[in-house]
Structure formats: structure tokens, C-alpha cells
Design a binder for this molecule. Structure first.
Ligand code: UD1
Length: 362
């Protein structure tokens, strides 16, 4: 079977890595990796390929930047030409970024089957571009690989046949365990983030990039003000997404001194930081799940989450952009009064193997 594995943005790279590694173990799959170029900075893209131990993309489209429509359209046009030439039997898309949407539409219209990894997640918030990407991709996919129970419920409600929907666990968590075991065998001085850890015995990590948090001046100012308050009690380190950096500069917002800004970090550097942090303050989707997997407290600066298991079973809490809610929960964490959580079912490091078995099943 000929498969095209699609990645475009930072959170995709760690999801395709375990799938590629699992495909490598069988000789029944002939696969190619296609990078859409949605993310293009060295530290948003190339660094991950080096570190995750996957081969360089077979195809690299230059579709980064621009508006949503421009980006999506560029990916579609270029991907169509590749499909025309290569004719894969199956296109595997992951997550919920514009590349996921663009490539699934192109494949489906060419009568190529589409498998969606991380299917069925819903925030029910249509102001999020990712929610639209998730809904459209799931509406046309042929095979659905689901990370948590609620995803199964959502897809059933949307009328998907049981035979197409598979609860397999989470490839991102497969990758987390894989990288963690590698990290534990390496001397800590390998990582430049170790220096920060040596200087700060207790610290929190911050990531912020959602348009709803960072694109509006007043909202971003309020969020940074909350983080600045926290940093008076707990030093924070903030690897900053290009979108967020640009907006801080445009709006002239300066985070407090105890918030250390860094360029975006590689997967291993960032893991080295957050796994030993007191709390993660984030609006990322993946980090909510990864902190749950390792039992690190997480406060999510969003009003909703498409990954509810991280709240019901894990260590995550939603705080929105309310400073009060953030501070109350932060104090609880500082007082050691936080839920320990449990690891969700099938987050066991074997999701990619299950996916491979299902793809190969007659
Ligand atoms: C995208 C995904 C989001 C994901 C995030 C992870 C969509 C709709 N959003 O958001 O779900 O959580 O990636 O990072 O697909 N930029 C650079 N260099 C890069 C990449 C981006 O400078 O390598 C800047 C550019 O100005 C670009 C802007 O960031 O226009 C936004 O990038 P884009 O890919 O559109 O969305 P993200 O905010 O990164």
C-alpha cells in the first residue's frame, strides 16, 4: 500500500514521527513524507526532523505565511500536483492545522482515501480556525483514529459508521515516551535549557500562540499582566512563538523581568524544561495532553478544550483569560494542593502500532 504522510506545522512533526517509525517496521507499506511548508523557520520546523529521528521529507512545498485562504490554497494547488504524479492509495493527515484541511480536501476529491489521526476532537468553538479544520476534515475522512473517549462520542453523534472509527490512543504520547527515554539517557548538560533549571529550582513554563489570546492588544496585555503577577512568586520561562513575538513588539508590551523569553525550542529542549516545571501555563492543545501524561500541573488559558480528558482525568484546568481564576488555581498548585490525575486509557506509547495494524488489516 502506498501512503502519503502529511505534516505542515510544528505540532504535526511529533505526531507523524511515531507513525513513520511504525511504518518502517513493516515491508507492506511504501510511504512518503510530505511537508507543506506551513511552518518554515529553522526552529519551528527543520530542528524537529533532526531530533525526532525521521527522514527528511520526500516532498517539501513552500506554502508558508499569508492569510488562511492564501496558505490553504497554496497547499492545495501544490499538493494536487504531487497526488497527480504519485497516486497514493491513502493520505494520512494528523491534527487540525491548515495543512490537515488542505490535504484532506485535495485527496478526497481525487478519490484517494483519507485517514485522520486525532479525529473527533471538538471544542464547539467555531471562532477557532482549528475547530473548522477538524470538522471539515472529519466530514470527508474515510478512517478515523481517536485519542480519547469523547472523540468516539462526537463521531458517533455525527453519524460515522463504527467500522471506520478506531480508538487507538495518542501518537503524540507515543512520541513523548520515546523522546523522554532518549532524554533520560543523555547527560543533562546536552541541553541549553539545563542552565535555566540550575539557576531556578522552581519555575513555570509558558506557551501562548492562539489568535484569541495574542492577536488583540487588550487581551494580550491582560494575559501578560497576569503572567507578570505570577512571576513575582514563581519565575517563568516563555519560549515564544513567532506570531506572539511579533504582536508583543507591535503592541509595545513588555513582560516582567522574571519572565525569561527565549526563541522557540526544539522538542527535547522544551521537554527538558517542562517535565520538571511546577506548572505549565499554556493555550496549546498538545501540551495539555503531554502534561497529563507525565502528571505535571497545567493551567490552560482558554475557555474551552477539545481535549476534555485532560481536565476530567488529567492534571489540567481551564482558566480562560480571567486573572482571578488563574491566580486561585495557581495558588493551589503552589500550595501542593493539586489533582494528581491518571493516565488516560491507551496513552501507552503504542498508538502508532495500532494505526499500522488497522491500516494493514484486510
Ligand atoms: C499553527 C496552527 C495551530 C498550531 C500552531 C502551532 C493553523 C490554523 N494553526 O498556528 O493550530 O497550534 O501552528 O505552532 O494551522 N511564522 C513564522 N515562522 C514559522 C511559522 C509561522 O514566522 O515558521 C509566523 C508567520 O508570521 C505566520 C504566523 O506565524 O504568518 C502564523 O503562522 P500560521 O502557520 O499561519 O499559524 P500558527 O499561529 O503558527
Amino acid at each position: 500500500i502506498k501512503i502519503m504522510l502529511i505534516a505542515g506545522a510544528r505540532p504535526n512533526f511529533m505526531k507523524i514521527a511515531p507513525i513513520a517509525r511504525s511504518f518502517d517496521k513493516t515491508n507492506e507499506i511504501e510511504y512518503k513524507i510530505l511537508h507543506t511548508g506551513q511552518h518554515y523557520d529553522q526552529n519551528m520546523s527543520d530542528i524537529f526532523f533532526e531530533e525526532l529521528g525521521i527522514r527528511n521529507p520526500d516532498y517539501h512545498l513552500g506554502s508558508g505565511g499569508g492569510t488562511h485562504a492564501q496558505q490553504t490554497a497554496k497547499i492545495m494547488v501544490e499538493f494536487e500536483a504531487i497526488c497527480e504524479k504519485d497516486r497514493p492509495d491513502l493520505v494520512v493527515v494528523v491534527g487540525d492545522v491548515n495543512s490537515t484541511l488542505a490535504c484532506s480536501i485535495v485527496a478526497k476529491k481525487m478519490h484517494i482515501k483519507v485517514a485522520h489521526v486525532e479525529a473527533g476532537l471538538r471544542s464547539f468553538d467555531l471562532t477557532m480556525p482549528e475547530e473548522i479544520n477538524r470538522m471539515v476534515t472529519d466530514s470527508i475522512s474515510d478512517l478515523f483514529f481517536v485519542t480519547e473517549e469523547q472523540g468516539m462520542v462526537n463521531l458517533k453523534k455525527e453519524g460515522k459508521p463504527d467500522s471506520a472509527v478506531h480508538f487507538v490512543g495518542h501518537v503524540m504520547i507515543d512520541n513523548l515516551y520515546y523522546q523522554l527515554s532518549k532524554l533520560e539517557k543523555m547527560p543533562s548538560e546536552t541541553f541549553k535549557t539545563t542552565e535555566y533549571k540550575q539557576q531556578h529550582t522552581r519555575y513555570g513554563v509558558v506557551t501562548l500562540h492562539r489568535p484569541s489570546n495574542v492577536d488583540d492588544k487588550n487581551t494580550l496585555e491582560a494575559v501578560i499582566d497576569s503572567l507578570s503577577s505570577i512571576s513575582r512568586t514563581l519565575p517563568l520561562i516563555f519560549p515564544i512563538h513567532p506570531r506572539t513575538r511579533k504582536n508583543l513588539e507591535t503592541f509595545g508590551i513588555k513582560p516582567a523581568e522574571n519572565i525569561t523569553l527565549t526563541d522557540p525550542l526544539s522538542y527535547m529542549e522544551f521537554l527538558n524544561l517542562w517535565k520538571d516545571s511546577v506548572v505549565a501555563l499554556t493555550d496549546s492543545g498538545g501540551l495539555q495532553e503531554e502534561t497529563t501524561a507525565l502528571g505535571v500541573p497545567c493551567l490552560t488559558l482558554r475557555k474551552n478544550t477539545e481535549r476534555p480528558i485532560t481536565v476530567t482525568q488529567g492534571t489540567n484546568e481551564l482558566v480562560g483569560t480571567s486573572k482571578k481564576k488563574l491566580m486561585v488555581n495557581f495558588e493551589k498548585i503552589m500550595a501542593g494542593n493539586w489533582k494528581t490525575g491518571r493516565k488516560p486509557d491507551l496513552w501507552d506509547g503504542r498508538a502508532a502500532e495500532r494505526i499500522t495494524d488497522i491500516i494493514l488489516a484486510p
